[in-house]
Design a protein around this ligand. Structure first.
Ligand SMILES: [Zn+2]
Ligand SMILES: [Zn+2]
Length: 240
């Protein structure tokens, strides 16, 4: 299929599933206005604004977003005791969701999805083993062991490609997702303009709403990819 515009690059609809603006995340210097301009310039299909523990009302940017031709969706990156969880289907922060199991209950009631974001960031490095649940370093040669971590019992998908993780951390996340058969997604985790879209979730069809995205993640019809900023997208795969 030819590039049909509107975010189709090659045969994929590209979507950045994870980024932060300075409107809702104190650690970001990406303004919503710059995000809209940049998203249009790179030819991405959709962008999800996923602030830390708070949700946007996207009506605030409705007019410029519509004019850009890029689909803007709302998500949230919830801080839990077991790590950062990307959530779709949640319109506001709810007390108690810093507990992973409580978050699952809330998200289930709303028919949403949960993504284990950058699940191995720093966690393969023995110097940082104190951040792991059992204070042991995760063995990078044993994805089947890491797959038993509680976070993967509770989540629908794994962020197998995160723009701010090392290649080793991303490949390990992909191995774990494949071992479990969980949905695979990608997000840039941008906090500034230039990295928006550096990695993207790849869809076989365009989407127009947060609900469309939730349905595709539940159906495991997403994959991670990169290359949009270099003009060609390729799926993120394990080395042969
Ligand atoms: Zn995070
Ligand atoms: Zn983030």
């Amino acid at each position: 299929m030819a590039d049909s515009g509107g975010g189709g690059i090659g045969r994929y609809f590209t979507i950045d599933l994870h980024l932060h603006t300075n409107r809702g995340s104190a650690d970001s210097n990406l303004s919503p206005a710059d995000l809209i301009v940049r998203s249009r310039a790179i030819g991405i299909g959709a962008v999800c604004i996923t602030e830390h523990d708070n949700a946007w009302n996207l009506r605030e940017i409705e007019a410029p977003a519509a004019e850009s031709g890029v689909v803007f969706l709302r998500g949230m990156e919830v801080t839990t005791e077991m790590g950062h969880i990307g959530v779709f289907g949640l319109s506001e922060y709810v007390g108690g969701i810093y507990k992973l199991r409580e978050l699952r209950k809330v998200v289930d009631k709303l028919g949403g999805v949960m993504i284990a974001n950058h699940p191995f960031r720093y966690k393969l490095d023995p110097r940082f083993s104190f951040i792991n649940p059992d204070h042991q370093a995760i063995d990078p040669s044993r994805p089947e062991t890491a797959a038993k971590l509680e976070i993967f019992e509770v989540c629908d998908a794994v962020e197998t490609l995160n723009g701010a993780c090392s290649e080793e951390e991303n490949l390990f996340a992909l191995r774990v997702a494949r071992h479990l058969g969980l949905a695979e997604v990608a997000g840039s985790d941008s906090h500034s303009k230039n990295s928006v879209g550096c990695v993207t979730t790849l869809l076989d069809e365009p989407i127009a709403s947060e609900r469309d995205l939730i349905d595709l993640i539940k159906a495991r019809r997403t994959r991670a990819g990169r290359g949009l900023l270099a003009g060609g997208v390729t799926p993120f795969e394990l080395p042969a």
